[in-house]
Design a protein around this ligand. Structure first.
Ligand code: GLU
Ligand code: MG
Length: 459
């Protein structure tokens, strides 16, 4: 396996005075944080990022090294961006092979003591070149760049991921059934308690359709923050599940014949503290900005599936009549539409939002938030309008096209998208193409059951 040898000391040549000063400031801040963590008994800090295949990768450092790591980063090979779901490795025009190293720099603003892993803390990282320059294929910085692009247009995004998962062994209680909560009330309570202890605002948690399936939603955040939360929420659920003797499955499908796990994303647009999904004279009371943004996303959905439904297993889930959003259409409170508009209750101006239902938990959440913004802004630039909304089952509706039913189909739409290529940059764009092609090949000729079994426990 081509993993680069890690340097123990950072390369200082080429670093500007400004970069060195920034590193010093980070070290100071991290030193204070480390002292606080040590006093709380935290010995180890998990530093995570999410690769192109959608797997969360980690480097762990002792708390005593946090200041040094905040200043100079910890090393990791760029090759992980061409890893597949089974840890085999492909290559892309810009990434591959054993050479090179990147520095992972923790975002100290997100440093969190982990409630379900005593003695541990966590922080997401941004990835940098050894020269100190931002790495242009860093998924988290891509999400931040797109957030800044929206901000340049005066638009602030609030986003939130729903997390669905299925526990093994499954539970006897019915879908949405109180019996399932009673069966595992200590577990469900511990999931909520751990999330809240980490400062996460839990909106709701409930048993979902498939035996042993649950869903939790948390309060919206800025796009990078929402993606960070998606990672933290999942790893917290994983830790609590294992404590309770349950294996959590976050793959898109566990049983290809049944309802799978969605990774639905909610978003709303804001300007000067006002929710642009409300108070306009567009469809469902949207403002023109909000309508064009949604229209951009709806238009780009076939291509966006290469980001949001990134693996062959995704297409075992993305089927009609499973509330998975298999049709390219939108509708108010339509749970079969790929884009569901949620008007929110009267008087709750902040609650109106839109939800992309077609995406699943195999998606890299940073790529998801960033590319949704890129597609929405392209809609704004083109002055797109939404088509007529669809009510009822889209299978019967005129103009509601089926979204790509396979990864190669989605990928061919993705490769045609000049907007997404420009937004992601060539290096990241090509890595996505290569990983999707390689995962298609990996599962070629495998039965749905084999694909489900090979992927359900990987994410
Ligand atoms: N589990 C469904 C999915 O695959 C979603 C059900 C729901 O609407 O929450 O997306
Ligand atoms: Mg759900």
């Amino acid at each position: 396996m081509p993993i680069a040898t890690e340097r123990t000391e950072p390369v200082e040549q080429g670093h500007s005075t400004a970069q060195r000063e920034q590193a010093q400031r980070r070290a100071q801040e991290a030193g204070l944080a480390a002292a606080r963590l040590t006093a709380e008994g935290v010995r180890t800090v998990a530093l995570t990022w999410v690769d192109v295949a959608g797997l969360t990768r980690v480097k762990v450092v002792p708390t005593t090294r946090l200041a040094q790591v905040a200043a100079h980063g910890v090393g990791m090979s760029p090759v992980f961006d061409v890893y597949l779901v089974d840890d085999s490795v492909t290559s892309s025009p810009y990434i591959g092979g054993p050479d090179g190293d990147l520095r992972l720099i923790p975002d100290l603003d997100r440093l969190t003591v982990l409630a379900a892993q005593p003695g541990w803390a966590w922080a997401p990282v941004d990835r940098f070149e050894q020269s100190g320059q931002p790495y242009d294929a860093c998924q988290r910085q891509f999400a931040r760049r797109m957030t800044e692009r929206a901000a340049e247009r005066g638009i602030e995004l609030r986003m939130g991921f729903e997390t669905e998962w299925i526990v093994d062994p499954p539970l006897a209680g019915p879908a949405y059934g109180m019996a399932r909560v009673v069966e595992r009330s200590a577990y469900v309570g511990d999931v909520v308690a751990a999330l809240e202890a980490q400062g996460i605002e839990v909106l709701q948690i409930h048993p979902e359709y498939t035996p042993g399936q649950f869903e939790v939603s948390v309060a919206p955040a800025d796009p990078v923050g929402a993606a960070d939360l998606a990672v933290l929420v999942r790893e917290t659920i994983r830790a609590v599940s294992l404590q309770h003797g349950l294996t959590p499955w976050f793959g898109p499908v566990v049983d290809p014949e049944g309802v799978g796990n969605g990774g639905h994303v909610h978003f709303s647009l804001w300007q000067d503290g006002r929710n642009l999904c409300r108070g306009g004279d567009g469809p469902c009371g949207m403002t023109p900005t909000s309508e064009a943004f949604l229209a951009g996303i709806l238009d780009a959905l076939p291509a966006l599936l290469a980001i949001g439904a990134p693996t062959p297993a995704s297409y075992l889930r993305l089927a009609p009549s499973r509330w998975a959003g298999a049709f390219q259409c939108w509708g108010p409170e339509n749970r079969e539409a790929a884009l569901r508009f949620v008007p929110g209750p009267p008087g709750a101006e902040g609650a109106a939002n839109a939800e992309v239902k077609s995406f699943d938990p195999a998606a890299n959440p940073y790529l998801v938030t960033g590319s949704l913004i890129a597609a929405g802004l392209a809609g704004l630039d083109a002055g797109l309008r939404l088509p007529e909304p669809v009510s009822g089952d889209p299978v019967n509706a005129d103009g509601a096209r089926r979204l790509p039913a396979s990864l190669p189909e989605a990928l061919s739409r993705f490769t045609e998208s000049a907007e997404l290529r420009e937004a992601l940059g060539d290096r990241l764009f090509e890595a996505i193409v290569s990983v999707r092609q390689a995962e298609t090949k990996l599962f070629d000729g495998h039965s749905p059951q084999e694909i489900a079994e090979a992927t359900r426990g990987r994410y």
